[in-house]
Design a protein around this ligand. Structure first.
Ligand code: AKG
Ligand code: FE2
Length: 309
């Protein structure tokens, strides 16, 4: 995908159309030539690792067993699922640092030096990439390239550092168990950075079979979330995905242990007060708008309440 360094309008439009085709057909794309230096990603992973290794630094933290991502909106069902098959993972959440209501909980600088600055820089890098990809989506949907700009400029995103501890593979392969259960994401786009362990699987929307989405060095996995699907009248897909045991390697097979895995998910959202109503090019005489307008805040708060009860 060459959107960022396209030199002609025709090249830009072609890439924009490829990106949109990916979100229409699968809901997931691999983006390369994205302009995010490899050293930036590597550095964010290293700082996250230091924080995971330092028990004092676990602030803003969701412990193993607290969350079970699911599509269910039934509160009893979610509680039962969480008791029976919690996700085998832990996470740290970072929001926009100037938010007065939702304050970030930073580890002490002396505990994890440069953690805070690294994550703030990474947050901005991801925000900028979100703007570019949304511009490509606008072009690919025959909207003005800057259609989304003013609706996504307040950085209402969530940077989530994920750590999946080593786990007995036999446990992970039991029915219904996973590092992260099948779910779709809530917002516009998720930028997903993963280490080399693997295990991410994406549901093929046509066959309903899960297919591995292995890490490809230098590429970022990007998936559309439910709010973007809604915004686009389901022209773009928000696809189910999960994290399970990666394909067995010899060493993990003999030891029976699936190694630790680290990933970083950047969940992008429109501005909280943006009104999400059917995009002008996504409805027409034979394609009625399916959803009522909703603000980002109404939508996301509703989804989070269902997840954390
Ligand atoms: O860790 C991963 O690769 C995926 C995580 C994920 O899908 C999520 O946190 O929403
Ligand atoms: Fe996800």
């Amino acid at each position: 995908m060459h959107y960022l360094n396209a030199t002609t309008d025709a090249e830009k439009k072609k890439t924009a159309e490829e990106i949109v085709a990916g979100f229409k057909e699968v809901g997931f794309i691999y983006l390369d030539k994205h302009g995010v230096p490899e050293s930036t990603v590597k550095n964010a992973f290293e700082k996250a690792k230091l924080a995971w290794e330092d028990p004092r630094s676990n602030r803003g933290y969701v412990q193993i067993g607290r969350e079970r991502v699911t599509q269910s909106a039934d509160l009893n069902e979610i509680a039962q699922l969480r008791a029976k098959a919690p996700d085998f993972k832990e996470s740290m959440e970072i929001g926009r640092d100037w938010d007065e209501t939702w304050k970030n909980q930073w580890p002490l600088e002396s505990d994890v030096p440069r953690f805070k600055q690294t994550m703030l820089d990474f947050y901005k890098t991801c925000h900028d990439l979100h703007v570019y990809v949304m511009r490509a989506i606008a072009l690919g949907l025959n909207l003005e390239e800057t259609f989304f700009d003013r609706k996504i400029d307040q950085q209402c995103h969530n940077l989530r550092l994920l750590s999946y501890p080593p786990i007995k593979t036999s446990l992970l392969r039991q029915d219904g168990q996973a590092r992260a259960g099948a779910h779709s994401d809530y917002g516009t786009l998720t930028l997903l950075f993963q280490d080399s362990v693997g295990g991410l699987e994406v549901e093929n929307p046509h066959t309903k079979e899960y297919q591995p989405a292995p890490p490809i060095p230098g590429s970022i996995v990007i998936n559309a979330g439910d709010l973007l699907a809604r915004w686009s009248n389901d022209v773009l897909r928000s696809t189910l995905h999960r994290v399970v045991a990666p394909p067995a390697k010899k060493v993990s097979e003999t030891e029976g242990i699936t190694p630790a895995r680290q990933s970083i998910a950047f969940f992008c959202n429109p501005n909280f007060d943006a009104e999400i109503s059917c995009l002008p090019t996504c409805s027409g005489p034979d394609q009625a708008a399916k959803y009522e307008p909703v603000t980002t805040e109404e939508y996301i708060v509703g989804r989070l309440q269902a997840t954390y009860l």
